[in-house]
Design a protein around this ligand. Structure first.
Ligand SMILES: NC(=O)c1ccc[n+]([C@@H]2O[C@H](COP(=O)([O-])OP(=O)(O)OC[C@H]3O[C@@H](n4cnc5c(N)ncnc54)[C@H](OP(=O)(O)O)[C@@H]3O)[C@@H](O)[C@H]2O)c1
Length: 326
């Protein structure tokens, strides 16, 4: 239940897969939002919002713009990562960029008096030979948690929704390859989650003060491996696919192969594929006791993602957010 003066919310990553959807969700809940975006022209909103968001041009790597973006804000969502780029040097620099962006954010947030911060990071344990991408996501979490604002950190495995990098990789592999011989990462356990449920939790945290200052694992109702997930995608699409693991198939080679088959930029494919060897399963379920969410099964989540793209039941037509050519 909101008070008479609802929190003023800064949304970073509003042009992204999660951020854009969260903007609609917060709007439907009656919040007005300031979106901090690097390129305002990229914030194309396919449906009108109840409250026109304030769009603020800024960059987390530019401390001065951050200080202005945070002015007058009570709460903020941190939905940013720096993976991307198509050449090796750009790709390699993502950890340093993410470290700097998070530190800049906390410096500015401490100055501005921000009281609440919600971050969505990655699921996986340090003991499990964690990839650079996952350790970087966790490092960002630690930096964000070190400030004065009460931080909530949510940790998720692959998120199922149109335009999500992990989902698009799965989709392209299954759509394009009738026979798939993969490295043994296809047998790594994961607990993917529907994007709708991620939004339930992200938005729910804002209205659940008990979540302040805590870290939660969030996941869907099924623990499965990537081969199972790809088979589910094939079943939903009515495609006959043969998927098997080949122990000698090197992960590095498979990463080049995934980058070749999918249109997802290699600067995203490389770090994500490296992380596939790390199990991504929830260690605890405390969030269920704090925020109600009707967990969506993976086949339904895949259906929703495909329907959304056709402009179906999902409100957001995400073609522009996904990696399909326009
Ligand atoms: N997608 C998944 O399956 C998944 C799974 C688990 C966790 N997560 C987490 O969810 C969060 C959001 O991910 P996503 O999938 O929505 O990513 P995304 O679609 O790639 O969006 C990333 C956003 O970050 C913005 N950004 C990057 N660098 C920035 C900077 N220096 N200053 C300001 N904005 C910057 C991008 O803006 P531009 O449009 O300007 O590039 C974009 O809006 C991340 O923390 C990610 O680790 C995602």
């Amino acid at each position: 239940m909101k008070t008479t003066s609802p929190p003023r919310i800064l949304l970073t990553g509003a042009t992204g897969f999660i951020g854009k959807r969260l903007l609609y969700k917060l709007d439907a809940m009656g919040y007005s939002v300031r979106c901090m975006v690097r390129h305002p022209e990229k914030l194309k909103l396919p449906f009108p919002l109840e409250n026109e968001p304030e769009v603020f041009a800024g960059d987390l790597l530019d401390p001065a713009s951050l200080a202005q973006a945070l002015q007058g804000m009570d709460s903020a969502y941190y939905l940013v990562h720096s993976m991307g780029g198509r050449n090796f040097r750009e790709m390699e620099a993502f950890e340093a960029r993410d470290r700097t962006a998070a530190q800049n954010f906390i410096n500015a947030a401490d100055q501005s008096g921000l009281s609440r911060l919600i971050y969505l990071g990655g699921l996986g344990e340090a003991a499990d030979n964690m990839s650079r991408h996952l350790s970087s996501r966790q490092e960002v979490g630690r930096i964000l948690d070190s400030g004065k604002a009460d931080a909530t950190i949510l940790r998720a495995a692959v998120i199922i929704g149109a335009g999500g990098a992990g989902f698009e990789i799965i989709r392209y592999l299954v759509e394009r390859l009738p026979v798939m011989l993969c490295p043994k990462w296809i047998y790594t356990k994961s607990q993917p989650i529907a994007v709708e449920n991620v939004l339930d939790y992200l938005a729910g945290c804002l209205e659940a003060p008990e979540t302040a200052g805590a870290t939660f694992d969030i996941g869907g109702p099924e623990v499965l491996n990537y081969a199972d997930l790809m088979r589910k995608y094939a079943r939903v699409r009515g495609l006959k696919r043969y998927i098997a693991g080949v122990p000698l198939f090197q992960t590095l080679l498979s990463t080049y192969w995934v980058a070749l088959i999918t249109p997802v930029p290699s600067g995203i494919v490389f770090p994500l594929a490296e992380g596939l060897r790390t199990p991504a399963v929830c260690r605890e379920k405390r969030i269920a006791g704090l925020i109600p969410a009707d967990l969506i099964g993976m086949e339904q989540a895949i259906c929703n993602a495909l329907a959304e793209e056709q402009g179906g039941p999902g409100r957001l037509i995400s073609r522009q957010a996904c990696f399909l050519p326009e």
